[in-house]
Design a binder for this molecule. Sequence first.
Ligand SMILES: *[C@@H]1O[C@H](CO)[C@@H](O)[C@H](O)[C@H]1NC(C)=O
Ligand SMILES: *[C@@H]1O[C@H](CO)[C@@H](O)[C@H](O)[C@H]1NC(C)=O
Length: 364
Amino acid sequence: MTARHGFSAGSTVFALATFPQVISAASQSTYISYSRNATDVMNQVWYDHSTGLWQNLWWNSANLLTSIGNLAEVDSSFKSTAENIFQTTFTGAKAANGGTWLNNFYDDEGWWAMAWIKAYDVTGNQDYLSTAKNIFQDLVGGLGATCGGHWWSKDKKDNTAIGNQLYLQVAAALANRVPSQRAYYQKYAQDEVNWLLSSGMINGNNTFNDGLDISTCKPEGWVFTYNQGVILGALVEMNALTGDSNYLDTAKSIAYGAMDHLSNNGILTEPEYPDTDVTGAQFKGVFARNLADLYAAQPDDTYVNFLQNNADSIWANARGSNGQIGADWQGPVKDIFASSQGSALDCLVAAAAVTDDVFNVFQY
Ligand SMILES: *[C@@H]1O[C@H](CO)[C@@H](O)[C@H](O)[C@H]1NC(C)=O
Ligand SMILES: *[C@@H]1O[C@H](CO)[C@@H](O)[C@H](O)[C@H]1NC(C)=O
C-alpha cells in the first residue's frame, strides 16, 4: 500500500465528500505504461494518418493531440513519437479542413489553439506557436457578446462557459509565451477574466453552468465536467501571468466544487448528459488534465488521490480486454469512441503527472 503523504481527510472544505481512501495507488511508471497502452490503442484503432484526425472528429482531435503532448511531458521516451504525430496532424488536419484551422465555432478554434500551444511547449517549434497566434486573431472577432464576454460561434447567438474559458486560456497562455506581445495578450486576458468570474455563471456549488441566457444574462444549462476543467488551466495561466494567487484560490474552489458535486463515490461522472454520446464522452478528461495543471501550480494531495482513484477505476472497470476504454469511468465497458479513449488517456496521464514515486518508498 502506498502512503499518501498528508492525505487531507480532515479538510473542512471537503468534509461533505465521500471519497474512498486510496487502498493502493500505482507508481508513476505504472501510470505511464497504462498511458502508453491507451495511446497505442487510440492510434491503432482511430488515427487516420492522411487527415491527422482520430475517428474523423474535429475538435475532439485537438483534445487528443493535447493529451499526447501531456504524455510526452511526463514520459520523455515518448517525445519523438509525439513529434511525429504533431507533424502529421499539423499538415493533414489543416488540409482536411480546407487549409485552415478556423471554422464557425470559436470553441473549436480555442481547442486547436491550445493543442498547438501544447505542441509548442513540447517541441519549441515556432510554427505551432504562430498557428495559435493566428487562431487568436480570429477569436478576437468573437468579442462583444450580449451580456459581455465572448461568443460561442460566429452566428453570435450563444454565450457559453466553454467559449469564454477557452478564449481566456488562449489569451493568457500566449501572454506567457510571446514576450514581445505580452501586454497585448494580457489586456485581452485580463478583461475576459474580470468579466467571466463575475458573469454569474458560477453557481452555489462553485461550479460553472453551461452559459448565460442572453435575454436575461442569467445562468442556464447543465453543469458539465469540462466547464470545470478549462477554467482551472486558464486560472493557472493567469496566476503565472500576474503573480496574483487569488486566481489559484478561485481555481481551487472550482476544483473542489467539481470533485464534490460531479462525482460518484469519488469517480468523476458526467451529470445529465449521457456519456453515450461522442461529445459527452470527451468532457471528463478535460477536467482531469487541467486538475493536474492546477496541481503543478499548487500541490494538493486531494487532487493526487482523486486522479489516482479515477485512473485506477478506468483501468479496472472501464477498459476492455482489447485495451479500448469506454465513456463511463465506473464501468461497465461501453460507449467506446476515440473521444472516450482520449478522455480516459487524459486521466491516466494526469495520474502519472501527479504521482511522485518518491512517496512510494514509504510502505505501511
Ligand atoms: C449542486 O450539487 C448537487 C449534488 O451534490 C446537485 O444536486 C445540485 O443540483 C447542484 N446545484 C447546482 C446549482 O448545480
Ligand atoms: C494494450 O493492452 C491490451 C490489453 O491488455 C493488449 O491486448 C494490447 O496488445 C496492448 N497494446 C499495445 C500496443 O501494447
